[in-house]
Design a protein around this ligand. Structure first.
Ligand code: FAD
Ligand code: NAP
Length: 902
């Protein structure tokens, strides 16, 4: 195999990129430092406070902060100099893809004045010069050991220190161990057969020769069309005699429009750098841009086209999403996808090549999008060829070229192969070190099913081990400078806190970690991102667990979370040492992410509490809010009608018929609204959803409401309606004898009471009951009324207002108001009771489920974590509630003795 040129520096596992031992240092002075205040341990190991691994932007800032804070610290770096990513990735065309005005340190105000970037997107050499400038300015190299790869680290529980082993044979004993090893620093091992047989030149974009490469007159193959391939291909094409690009997956790429930094952006920054940086920290991706407010589907075609044209002309990753649902709604996303396809077809002359370049197997932005300079235009050059690896897969690399298989086998002679095949991202460099924590647990084993972290920062079983921009933090979904600085500050503050409290160790609790990982996954699942075979998912590395690795909630939200963890006395951590033992177990974000997002939006609206409104205004308010909801799924038919209630009342109802052929089982459904608000149509999305999922006819009854008709009008209407529906089942398209009751909130109270009253009255026959967040008791002193008193939509104050309108205090203990208080619950129809963690009514619902079970009633009791009183009913808004809604429908089907719909 040919060498990869001189001075590329070694990269451990990949012999193909191993270079001569002594890397060239172009700028600054190489100190290979030994901090003056290090002490030597009797074993010969060096004793120190903190070992930091990696001297990229993370390691450099971490060193600066720790040194300033008075810690004895050493940085160990495999490369020959500082810069990390920008030290290694020297391929032609390498640039940042975040505007350099944003992709720069904010922690040194002087530096912001001293350094001026020359372009919108600085080149790799310029960014590397910047890293060196910082290292020189702060004399950082004296504490960095270059050409030193960390191979292993073992935690010693007795000494409460890490022993860190390097490939130079040195050992370090450190109280704290910081991995600043980078998210994109472990190149993917080539997984193409025959790679080591090739006799020509082999290059990896991820460790390019320091002297550069001249491709003049050569036949070059580039494998890979991610960001590195897309940046390098146009420049390689300028030199090479022939260029063949091997594409497995076409990518979304937008023109970078590189050039001088836009004046208005610079002015914005210079006017108030502090405010500018703050806005970046509070933003979604670490760049201060406004959040889009409109859906791609609610604007005209022309407006949408204009917005995308603007995106294309702007060339900024932070502005690729001009609509708020590109990342969540497949149809919205498709509009952007089609726009990019149109651009590719305009640019590329050969229509067949253009089609091959159009990304079709993943949604836009679900893989890291690319910014390019003349990428698609390159395919118009006569000496550039695109090979579609799906049609012609690589069989093997041979001594002199590449054998293609598929329907048209072919051999291609090449002089040089460039692997732009990417990285074992986010976890590769971390598990690349053999790390052993408490009780001999290795990190590789602990993460065998995917990385487990708390906040992407620490992991259970590995005390005092910190990961800068680790998996489970925003990291690669952000301007990394912002994420790096936040983690470095957090780690430094934590170490200072430990020192001040005479504490030696910090470690997350298993509960906090488990729930954080769940939160990260649930957030990702709200978006289209997990649908792509991306390196975000680990899908690019054969055998890697398929897990969405970064936190998609945004840097602003994430920062708030971390700040809150600290403010709440290091929630989710155990801190220990001579200064005491502090275990503060808990969960930082127990609400489901979509539920939290809804609550945030509602809080921003600043709406008046329901109980402060006159009843007519409250009803009007509810009907206006309801009109803004997504409608829910289509059903076969919706029919409105009337039926007789109690006391001669005439009640309206709305019937939802499934699309399947009837007759169907029937559900008498009672809507929520505290016996005061709502009507037969007010739970429309839930009724459609239940109908669609259960295959039953749903009859939603507009029972009488308080204060006009107080207790027991609503529940008497419930029984009357159920009786009428049972009697008229056939007319309604139902199966006689197959009637269940269901309801939500006060409607679930009506349903539960109806089931009890029907049993007492000897009819109608009710085969089952589904009670969603039911009111079952008038006692408002249960803990859930206190814990969830406010902030979760239904408040304790509103509930009191409902009771006051509905029922006199002396009547509230009657089982027709408080079904939990019935003397005997035996013989009631089988029940499904759903309760929600953040609902004032949670405990009385739980109590009713327990009481039914104790009375021998078959009960399915679903306690929904992270949900509120109203969230499960938010069809097509709260997707994390879909499982519970499916279970409700499943319970209904199980009550009926009719076959489930096909
Ligand atoms: P790195 O820069 O990766 O540094 C980690 C260092 O740790 C490396 O020097 C490595 O040699 C060393 N190391 C790893 N393991 C060991 C070990 N076991 N022993 C000793 N040393 C070790 N992000 C953006 O936000 N904007 C961009 O425009 C952007 N462009 C990018 C372009 C390319 C080509 C790539 C690959 C990434 C890009 N990124 C970009 C992501 C980039 O990695 C980060 O922005 C940032 O540079 C990461 O800094 P870091 O210090 O965390 O990690
Ligand atoms: P990448 O995005 O993972 O792209 C790797 C490419 O190689 C993909 O096209 C992949 O195809 C292909 N590939 C991998 N293994 C292959 C195989 N065995 N056979 C054929 N093709 C194979 O890696 P990258 O381009 O180095 O970029 C990684 C990340 O670094 C980027 O996403 C970005 O975050 C950062 N980066 C940024 C810039 C910038 O503009 N500032 C530049 C470079 C990198 P599949 O897609 O089918 O897997």
């Amino acid at each position: 195999m040919g060498t990869s040129g001189s001075g590329s520096g070694g990269r451990g596992r990949n012999t193909a990129v191993e270079g001569p031992a002594g890397p060239q240092i172009e700028g600054g002075q190489r100190m290979n430092g030994q901090p003056e205040d290090m002490t030597s341990h009797e074993s010969g190991a060096t004793d120190i406070d903190v070992v930091v691994v990696g001297a990229g932007f993370a390691g450099l800032y971490q060193l600066y902060r720790l040194r300033e804070a008075g810690f004895r610290v050493v940085v160990l770096e495999a490369a020959g100099d500082v810069g990390g990513t920008w030290y290694w990735n020297r391929y032609p065309g390498a640039r940042c893809d975040i505007l350099t005005v944003d992709y720069s340190y904010s922690w040194d105000p002087e530096l912001q004045q001293e350094w001026t970037w020359s372009e919108r997107y600085a080149t790799q050499p310029e960014i590397l010069r910047y890293a060196r400038f910082v290292a020189d300015k702060h004399d950082l190299r004296r504490d960095i050991r270059f050409d030193t790869r960390v191979e292993g680290a073992v935690w010693n529980d007795d000494t409460e220190r890490w022993t860190i082993r390097t490939d130079t044979g040195d050992e370090f004993l450190a109280q704290h161990y910081v991995m600043a090893t980078g998210c994109l620093s472990m190149p993917k091992v080539p997984d193409i057969e025959g790679t080591d047989r090739f006799g020509g030149e082999v290059y990896f974009t991820s460790s390019w020769p320091h002297d550069g490469v001249d491709f003049t007159g050569k036949r070059v193959a580039v494998i890979g069309t991610g960001s590195s391939g897309i940046q390098s291909i146009p420049i390689i094409a300028e030199q090479a005699d022939q260029l063949t690009v091997f594409q497995r997956t076409p990518n979304f790429s937008f023109p970078a429009h590189n050039g001088p930094i836009a004046d208005e952006r610079l002015e914005e920054f210079r006017r108030d750098p502090v405010a500018y940086r703050r806005a970046a920290r509070e933003s979604s991706i670490g760049v201060p841009v406004d959040r889009p407010e409109l859906s791609a589907l609610e604007v005209s075609d022309d407006e949408r086209q204009a917005a995308y044209e603007q995106v294309w002309q702007t060339g900024e990753l932070a502005k690729l999403s001009p609509f708020n649902d590109i990342q969540t709604n497949p149809d919205a996303n498709d509009t952007l996808r089609r726009f990019v396809h149109g651009k590719i077809r305009e640019i590329v002359d050969d229509p067949d090549v253009a089609e091959l370049l159009c990304p079709t197997n993943h949604y836009a932005l679900t893989k890291r999008p690319c910014l390019d300079t003349g990428y698609f235009q390159t395919y118009n050059l006569p000496h550039v060829r695109l090979v579609d690896l799906h049609a012609q897969p690589i069989d093997t690399i041979t001594e002199n070229g590449i054998d293609l298989g598929g329907s048209t086998p072919e051999h291609l002679d090449v002089d040089a192969i460039v692997f732009a095949t990417g990285f074992d991202a986010m976890t590769g460099a971390i598990v690349g070190v053999d790390i052993t924590g408490r009780n001999g647990l290795t990190l590789r084993d602990a993460w065998a099913g995917g990385p487990m972290t708390y906040l992407g920062l620490m992991t259970v079983g590995f005390p005092n081990l910190y990961m800068i921009t680790g998996p489970g933090s925003p990291s690669v979904l952000s301007n990394m400078m912002v994420s790096i600085e936040q983690h470095v500050d957090l780690i430094t503050d934590t170490l200072e806190h430990l020192r001040a409290g005479d504490l030696r160790t910090i470690e997350p609790t298993p509960l906090a970690q488990r729930k954080w990982v769940q939160h990260v996954n649930e957030f990702a699942n709200l978006t289209l991102a997990p649908t792509a075979d991306s390196w975000y998912m680990g899908a690019n590395v054969p055998g890697k667990p398929r897990v969405f690795l970064p936190y998609i909630g945004g840097v602003g939200r994430y920062r708030e979370i971390c700040d809150e963890v600290v403010e709440r006395d290091h929630l989710g951590f155990v801190l220990d040492g001579p200064g005491g033992h502090h275990e503060n177990d808990g969960v930082i974000r127990p609400l489901k992410p979509d539920v939290a997002l809804v609550l945030e939006v509602v809080a921003e609206l600043g709406l008046p509490p329901i109980e402060t409104l006159p009843v007519p205004d409250a009803r009007e308010f509810i009907s206006v809010s309801n009109a803004a909801r997504p409608p829910g799924p289509d059903v076969g038919e919706i029919v409105d009608g009337t039926l007789p209630g109690a006391d001669g009342a005439e009640l309206t109802y709305r019937l939802y018929r499934p699309t399947t052929p009837g007759p169907h089982a029937v559900v008498a459904y009672f809507h929520g609204g505290g016996w005061v608000l709502g009507d037969h149509a007010s739970d429309d999305p839930v009724c459609r959803d239940l109908c669609d999922r259960s295959g039953a006819v749903i009859v939603s009854v507009n029972y009488r409401h308080a204060p006009e008709d107080r207790f027991p009008a609503a529940v008497d209407d419930g029984l009357a309606a159920a009786s009428w529906i049972a009697e008229h089942a056939e007319e309604l398209g139902g199966i006689p004898g197959q009637l269940a009751v269901a309801g939500w909130s006060a409607g679930a109270n009506v349903a539960a009471v109806t089931a009890q009253q029907a049993r007492l009255a000897g009819g109608p026959a009710i085969v089952g009951q589904v009670l969603l967040n039911p009111v079952t008791d008038c006692d408002m002193s249960r803990p859930s009324y206190v814990d969830n008193a406010e902030g979760y939509m239904l408040t304790t104050a509103t509930m009191k207002w409902f009771w006051d309108h509905y029922c006199d205090p002396e009547d509230r203990a009657h089982p027709k108001a408080s079904p939990l208080r019935a003397d005997d619950l035996s013989g009631l129809p089988p029940a499904m009771v759903i309760t929600s963690e953040f609902d004032p009514l949670r405990d009385e619902g739980d109590a009713y489920a327990a009481a039914l079970a104790a009375a021998g009633v078959p009960v399915r009791h679903l306690q929904c974590e992270g949900q509120t009183h109203t969230s499960l009913g938010a069809v097509d808004v709260v997707v994390t509630g879909a499982d519970a809604r499916a279970e409700m429908a499943d319970a209904l089907r199980s009550f009926f003795t009719v076959p489930a719909p096909a």
